[in-house]
Design a binder for this molecule. Structure first.
Ligand code: B1M
Length: 216
């Protein structure tokens, strides 16, 4: 693939017009959407995070970087989601209560759609009742939760406990992800699986869907 470091710079500098322009040009040149995301876009957001952590960037810079990331993702995610004809399973996904970060969650949702899953996206700041209601609608659902803050990741445990209280825990599978999480944390809170990125999330969802199919 050609060099698209202009896309990295556009996101880092919060230039959404340039981000969209470079993305369009890259797609016209047959660039691989997943590679653009992994090689330029996620590293740019990580650098935005580093600059925020050392007080070089503040919330406005995070917001404009996120807008640039989204401008580019809008062009790429339909391509990631294309082709999922057969239903691989049902996934209810959301960012947990108190947390507004949705870029990673949206990426995971698009990749799951692309892999043939029916995806119900509950959005951000999702109260636990909403996860439980959506899981209740159909047995054999995968409940997928994202969190980007150390202060909100603990809300995942409350959702798992609520699923238990509602008598649904053994009828669903729970998968979790997001930058501050670890596999140890996932197992401590009683999740069925953790994945570090969107590609791994698809593999995990396939495994959990197979488990649900055999336990039905
Ligand atoms: Co915020 N923010 N933010 N932020 N933000 C972080 C997360 C932070 C690490 C920055 C930093 O300090 N370095 C820090 C958290 C610190 C902590 O908790 N330890 C932080 C903070 C502090 C905050 C605020 C509190 C700032 C403030 O107001 N003072 C505030 C909180 C608001 C709230 O949620 N209540 C806040 C706000 C925001 C914005 C709204 C401005 C914006 C989000 C815009 C949006 O999402 N629509 C924002 C952004 C952009 C970031 C950073 C810079 C980038 C996040 C991102 O989109 N990354 C972030 C720093 C960082 O992550 N390095 C930061 C790109 C995305 C593709 O990656 O989301 O990690 P990610 O998703 C990955 C994996 O994690 C995984 O797959 C994805 C694709 O590979 N994954 C899953 C995610 N979910 C998954 C689910 C799965 C499986 C895998 O299964 C279900």
């Amino acid at each position: 693939m050609a060099d698209y470091s202009q896309l990295y710079d556009a996101i880092l500098n919060g230039d959404h017009r340039l981000a969209a322009e470079v993305t369009k040009a890259a797609l016209e040149a047959q660039a691989d959407p997943s590679e653009l995301i992994a090689k330029y876009m996620i590293p740019a957001m990580n650098e935005v995070g580093n600059r925020f952590a050392c007080n070089e960037y503040f919330v406005p810079e995070l917001l404009i970087a996120a807008r640039a990331m989204k401008a580019s993702l809008e062009l790429l995610t339909p391509l990631l989601a294309a082709g999922g004809a057969k239903r691989a399973g049902r996934v209810v996904i959301g960012t947990v209560k108190g947390d507004l970060h949705d870029i990673g969650k949206n990426l995971v949702a698009s990749m799951l759609e692309g892999a043939g899953f029916e995806v119900i996206d509950l959005g951000v700041d999702v109260p636990l009742e909403k996860f439980v209601e959506s899981a209740r609608e159909k047995e054999g659902t995968i409940v997928a939760m994202s969190a980007l803050l150390t202060t909100t990741m603990t809300n995942m445990k409350s959702v798992i406990e609520a699923l238990q209280s509602a008598g649904l825990r053994d009828k669903v599978r729970v998968m979790v992800g997001g930058a501050p999480l670890t596999p140890q944390f996932a197992s401590q809170i009683g999740a069925d699986g953790y994945s570090e990125n969107a590609t791994e999330a698809v593999a995990l969802a396939r495994k959990l869907a197979a488990e649900l199919a055999t336990s039905a």
